[in-house]
Design a protein around this ligand. Structure first.
Ligand SMILES: Cc1ncc(COP(=O)(O)O)c(C=O)c1O
Length: 405
C-alpha cells in the first residue's frame, strides 16, 4: 500500500457525480442576499448562514470598500507581528462589550477560534469534555490540545457529571458545547448544563456560531437567551454567519484572553483577518445592535418555513431556530432529494454521514431576515412538488441508482 492508494480507491464522490447527485463545490456566478446564480439560473438560497441577510447591505459594503482603500487588500502577517490593525482592537472592544465579557480576541476564522482557544487552554494535565454533536472545529481543537479528551452523549449531563467526577481532583476541566447545534437547529439546555459544570469546578465554553444575532433579546447569543451570562466563562463567535464576513472571536476573562493572545498557535502562526473583513464586521455589528427588526423578520421567516414544511408532513426534527433540518432517511434519499430541489430552483444542503447518523440524513435549510414571504413559499412549494410529482425521495433514489448503473 502506498500513501496515494487510498486516493485511487476513493470513488464515492465520482459515483455521485456520475449519478447527477453530487451537491458540493457548486460554483456561484452572482448573488444577492437571498438568491444565487448557478449555471445561468437564479435559485433561492436557503443553504447559507446569512441569518441577518447582511452580506449585501450597503453599509457593510461601504465600510469594507473604505478599509480596502485605507489599509490595502490584506494584512500580510500574523496578529502577533505586523497583522494587527487599530480595527482589530476596535472590534475586540466592541465584541467584549456586546458579549458582556471583560475581553475578546479576534481570529481569522471561526474554526481557528475554537482551535486556538481550546488547544491553548487545555494543557498536559487538563481535561476537555465535548458533547457528541459539537462542531468539528471544537473536536479538532480538543485533538490539538495536550490534555485528555472526553465525549458525552448529546445533552446527557448525567454522563458528563460522571466523567467530570472521575477526573483527578485539582486538574483543569473545560466543557465545550455548541449553543445552537448546527445539524439539528436545537439549543443547548444551558440551565441544565451550568449546575453540572459548577458542581465539578469546571469551566464552560459555548460556541455561539449560530446563536450570535439570532438568540437573546439583543442578539448576543445563548447565554443571554437564558439569562446566564455570568455562568458561561468563554463565548466563541464566528463572523461568517450573522456578521456576513469571515473571522471569529473568543470572549472571556481578561487574563485568559491575554494568555490566549500569547499561546494560541492558530492565532500566532496564521495571517490576521483582512482589513475589509474587519471593517465589514464592525458595520454588521452596528446593524445587528441597532436594527432588532431584522431579528424579528428572521424569526417570522423561520416560523413560516417550519410551519409550511410541517403542514406538508415533513419531519423537521428538534429544530427551534432558523436552522431547519428536513429529515428524509438514508444518504441516497437525501442526495436525490437535494437534486430535485436544486432543479426546482432551491439551493439547500444535504447533510449526510459522518455529520449525522446514516439513517437520519437530511436536507438542511437556514433562513435569513431578507427572505420574502414569496421566496419562503416558493421553497415550500418546491418541497411539495418534489413529493407530488411522484418524486418521493425513495423512488427518486431508485432512479438515480438506475442511472448510475
Ligand atoms: C458551530 C460552529 N462552530 C464553528 C464553526 C466554524 O466557523 P467558520 O466557518 O466561521 O470558520 C462553524 C462553521 O460552520 C460552526 O457551525
Amino acid at each position: 500500500m502506498t500513501l496515494f492508494d487510498k486516493c485511487r480507491h476513493y470513488t464515492a464522490a465520482r459515483e455521485a457525480q456520475a449519478a447527477g447527485v453530487y451537491p458540493y463545490f457548486v460554483p456561484i456566478e452572482q448573488s444577492t442576499s437571498t438568491e444565487v446564480l448557478v449555471d445561468g439560473h437564479w435559485k433561492v438560497m436557503v443553504g447559507s448562514n446569512n441569518y441577518l441577510g447582511l452580506t449585501h447591505h450597503p453599509k457593510v459594503l461601504d465600510a469594507a470598500r473604505k478599509a480596502l482603500t485605507k489599509y490595502g487588500s490584506g494584512s500580510t502577517g500574523s496578529r502577533l507581528l505586523n497583522g494587527t490593525l487599530d480595527l482589530h482592537y476596535e472590534l475586540e472592544e466592541r465584541l467584549a462589550r456586546f458579549l458582556k465579557k471583560p475581553a475578546a480576541l479576534v481570529f481569522s476564522t471561526g474554526y481557528q477560534s475554537n482551535l486556538g482557544a481550546i488547544a491553548a487552554l487545555v494543557g498536559r494535565d487538563d481535561h476537555v469534555f465535548l458533547d457528541k454533536l459539537d462542531h468539528a472545529s471544537i473536536i479538532d481543537g480538543a485533538k490539538m490540545a495536550f490534555g485528555e479528551v472526553h465525549r458525552y452523549a448529546h445533552g446527557d449531563f448525567e454522563m458528563l457529571d460522571r466523567k467530570l467526577c472521575t477526573t483527578p481532583a485539582g486538574s483543569g476541566k473545560l466543557v465545550v458545547t455548541d449553543g445552537v447545534f448546527s445539524m439539528e437547529g436545537s439549543v443547548v439546555d444551558l440551565p441544565g448544563l451550568v449546575p453540572v459544570v459548577k458542581k465539578n469546578k469546571a469551566h464552560l465554553m459555548v460556541d455561539d456560531a449560530h446563536a450570535l444575532g439570532v438568540l437573546g433579546a439583543d442578539g448576543s447569543g445563548t447565554a443571554h437567551h437564558f439569562g446566564l451570562e455570568d455562568q458561561v466563562d468563554l463565548i466563541m463567535v464566528t463572523f461568517s454567519k450573522s456578521l456576513a464576513s469571515i473571522g471569529g472571536a473568543v470572549a472571556g476573562p481578561e487574563d485568559v484572553i491575554h494568555y490566549m493572545r500569547h499561546h494560541s498557535r492558530a492565532l500566532i502562526f496564521s495571517a490576521s483577518m483582512p482589513p475589509s473583513s474587519v471593517a465589514g464586521v464592525l458595520a454588521a455589528l452596528d446593524i445587528l445592535q441597532h436594527e432588532p427588526e431584522r431579528r424579528e423578520r428572521l424569526w417570522a421567516n423561520t416560523r413560516r418555513m417550519a410551519e409550511g414544511l410541517k403542514a406538508l408532513g415533513f419531519d423537521t426534527g428538534k429544530s427551534v431556530t432558523p436552522i431547519i433540518p428536513v429529515v428524509v432517511g438514508d444518504m441516497q434519499t437525501a442526495l436525490v432529494m437535494w437534486r430535485g430541489l436544486f432543479d426546482e430552483g432551491v439551493f439547500a444542503h444535504p447533510i449526510v454521514p459522518p455529520a449525522v447518523p446514516p439513517d437520519s440524513c437530511r436536507i438542511r435549510i437556514s433562513m435569513t431576515a431578507e427572505h420574502s414571504d414569496e421566496q419562503v413559499d416558493r421553497v415550500i412549494d418546491a418541497f411539495e412538488r418534489v413529493a407530488r410529482k411522484g418524486m418521493r425521495p425513495r423512488e427518486l433514489a431508485g432512479r438515480a441508482v438506475a442511472r448510475r448503473g
